[in-house]
Design a protein around this ligand. Structure first.
Ligand code: AMP
Ligand code: MN
Ligand code: MN
Ligand code: MN
Length: 278
């Protein structure tokens, strides 16, 4: 099974239209696909239509922004009903903080000499309610301030850098509730990304809380994971009895380390999350 269960379109902070993304995944040999825009389900219908036309199996998905102990954690929901009212209301509430954060980010960037960033970022945000750090990063690259998006994050947008403005996202438990209430499976996204900011104990507790809330899967193979990290989270999946997921987290060619549909396979002994999505 060549599955890619995590990627982004212009509906959040990706750069391709949902249908274009599905076509790219299809060309890359995908057989099971999920679009998981941040805090948004607006691309689902278009992606589902294109997947049906191409004979690609499609799973409606979303990546919910969560705050766990002051650290931003992402929870992917797979197989959710995109029409579920509680999920939609929850996502709308999560999105609502972005506009004010964007203004504060622009003010913070102006204080370090980077004026005009809000107007610049808006030009990259096709969905105005989803303006985020990637749009600011692309603006700063396009305006010649920094050579690439990664460098912008390292210098300005990552936690503790001058353009970083914290935002209180959803609680972990409520995000899992919304996903399960909409008939979906909650997946801990790219866990290796949280290790640096959480102690070993807090990191273990993150999984305890996630599973107590009803979380059932972990991304083992992820665009942000090295092969060693994939091995580490394969072990976590085995020890905890979690289903295993795979996702490129593709946003844009040249920006994302792994292309959509081009993930490494899961270790064969793990139970893949799609065994529960059919
Ligand atoms: P936001 O939800 O606005 O806080 O932005 C989070 C998004 O920023 C992630 O989903 C990635 O698309 C992007 N991002 C976060 N950290 C990095 C990084 N170090 N390099 C490149 N993109 C990043
Ligand atoms: Mn993103
Ligand atoms: Mn993420
Ligand atoms: Mn993502």
């Amino acid at each position: 099974m060549n599955a890619d269960l995590h990627c982004h379109s212009v509906v959040s902070d990706g750069c391709l239209e949902p249908a274009t993304l599905v076509r790219r995944a299809h060309i890359n040999g995908i057989s099971l696909f999920s679009l998981t825009d941040h805090d948004e389900l607006g691309g689902t219908a278009e992606a589902a239509r294109e997947a049906a036309a191409l004979g690609v199996r499609f799973v409606p998905g979303v990546e919910i922004s969560v705050t766990y102990r002051d650290v931003a954690v992402h929870v992917v929901g797979l197989g959710v009903d995109p029409e579920n009212p509680a999920l939609q209301a929850g996502l709308e509430r999560v999105r609502a903080g972005r506009e004010e954060r964007a203004r504060r980010m622009a003010d913070a960037l102006a204080r370090v000499g980077l004026g005009g960033a809000l107007a610049g970022a808006r030009r990259f945000a096709r969905n105005p309610s989803m303006i985020g750090r990637a749009h600011f990063a692309r603006h700063l690259v396009a305006s010649g301030v920094m050579p690439d998006v990664r460098t912008v994050f390292n210098h300005y947008l990552s936690h503790g850098k001058p353009g970083f403005v914290p935002l209180r996202w959803a609680d972990l438990e409520e995000a899992v509730d919304w996903i399960r209430g909409a008939g979906g499976i909650a997946v801990m996204a790219h866990p290796a990304r949280y290790c640096q900011r959480l102690s070993t104990a807090a990191f273990d507790l993150l999984f305890d809380v996630f599973m107590a809330a009803g979380g059932e899967a972990v991304e083992v193979v992820a665009g942000a994971h090295s092969p060693e990290e994939a091995g580490r989270f394969a072990t976590v999946a085995r020890r905890r009895g979690l289903l295993a997921s795979v996702g490129s987290d593709f946003h844009e060619e040249g920006e994302s380390p792994v292309d959509v549909g081009r993930c490494n396979p899961l270790p064969p002994d793990l139970e893949p999350v799609w065994s529960r999505l059919v």
